[in-house]
Design a protein around this ligand. Structure first.
Ligand code: ADP
Length: 299
């Protein structure tokens, strides 16, 4: 079992933005979802764990080793798939992986070839291994990104906003690949797509303004809202008056009508119907500052 301990991590950029505000968290094997709106601090945290930038304060321990003091201790055990994966034009996937494998210190030629072949198979790119990465589709590039992140059998991989721009089939394939990997190592998935976390992650946290505003297991967090989410279809012109009158946590246009969700202990009446909560409700309740765990009286 691998453990990453994040302890009171802070980072203020030279422009005064406090991107990380004394955050703490323990992460173990499995898929961990990091959710939050743009600007919440997710990438800052990912880059810090990946050793690409230093925090002002705090500690990061990986399997007990302080990786801020000893960055090399994690470098060989960590794979990183950044949001934008810069690709070299006119270089085949195989050659590029070979090059990156050498940089990662996999010096033995035979084991390098074995590992690259196996990763190309695992990511379903073996048939396209001789093609230049620059000609790859979005989904293939993402899978290539995973292949390079997995070189050297890392114990932790960090994936930043992975499914943006993928079509549903590509996204599905990418999800299956991540789930397989996540069984034996730590996979941290940073995203603003709530469904990705619901479908994939065993644990999660929500970030906002440099802090964790919620942590837990998606299933358990959803259960906290059982019997408290109410839905109504309204005319979109009426949204602001509904927001004033009811604890509305989200609204979305659905086949031309505005569908709103409210969080309330009791039936708000006025045509609201009770629905099963989803992880979106958890996320929006947190954003609206309305998420609370059930009191014992409700259990
Ligand atoms: P997220 O990944 O959740 O969108 P980021 O970590 O990218 O959040 O950004 C957190 C905050 O820090 C934002 O307000 C962003 O504008 C700011 N920020 C990020 N990187 C830098 C930087 N290199 N210099 C200054 N401000 C930055």
């Amino acid at each position: 079992m691998n453990t990453l301990e994040i302890k009171k991590l802070s980072k203020t950029y030279p422009n005064g933005v406090k991107a990380l505000n004394g955050i703490s968290l323990n992460i173990q094997n499995g898929m961990f979802g990091l959710l939050g709106p743009n600007g919440a601090g997710k990438s800052s945290l990912m880059r810090t764990i990946a050793g690409l930038q230093e925090p002002d304060q705090g500690e990061l321990l990986f399997n007990g080793i302080n990786i801020l003091k000893d960055p090399n201790a994690i470098r060989s055990q960590l794979g990183y798939l950044p949001q934008e994966f810069g690709v070299y034009p006119k270089v085949s996937a195989y050659r590029m992986l070979n090059h990156l494998a050498v940089l990662k210190g996999i010096t033995d030629k035979k084991s390098r070839k074995e590992q690259i072949d196996s990763l190309l198979n695992q990511t379903n790119l073996y048939q396209s291994r001789k093609k230049s990465v620059s000609t790859y589709s979005g989904g293939m590039r993402q899978r290539f990104g995973i292949a390079q992140a997995l070189l050297g059998n890392p114990k932790i991989i960090i994936v930043d906003e992975p499914t943006a721009g993928l079509d549903p089939e590509e996204r599905n394939r990418f999800h299956n690949l991540l789930s397989e990997i996540g069984e034996n190592i730590i996979v941290i998935l940073s995203t603003h797509i709530v469904e990705d976390v619901r479908d994939l992650c065993t644990n999660m946290a929500v970030m906002s303004a440099g802090q964790f505003v919620l942590k837990g297991e998606p299933r358990h967090l959803i259960d906290q809202l059982d019997g408290r989410i109410w839905r109504k279809s309204i005319n979109k012109e009426d949204l602001s008056s509904y927001k004033k009158a009811f604890p509305v946590i989200s609204s979305r246009l659905f086949t031309g009508k505005m569908q709103i969700h409210a969080l309330a202990e009791k039936d708000p009446q006025h045509g609201f119907e009770s629905i099963k909560p989803g992880l979106e409700d958890v996320y929006f309740a947190v954003q609206a500052n309305l998420f609370t765990t059930k009191s014992p009286a409700h259990v």
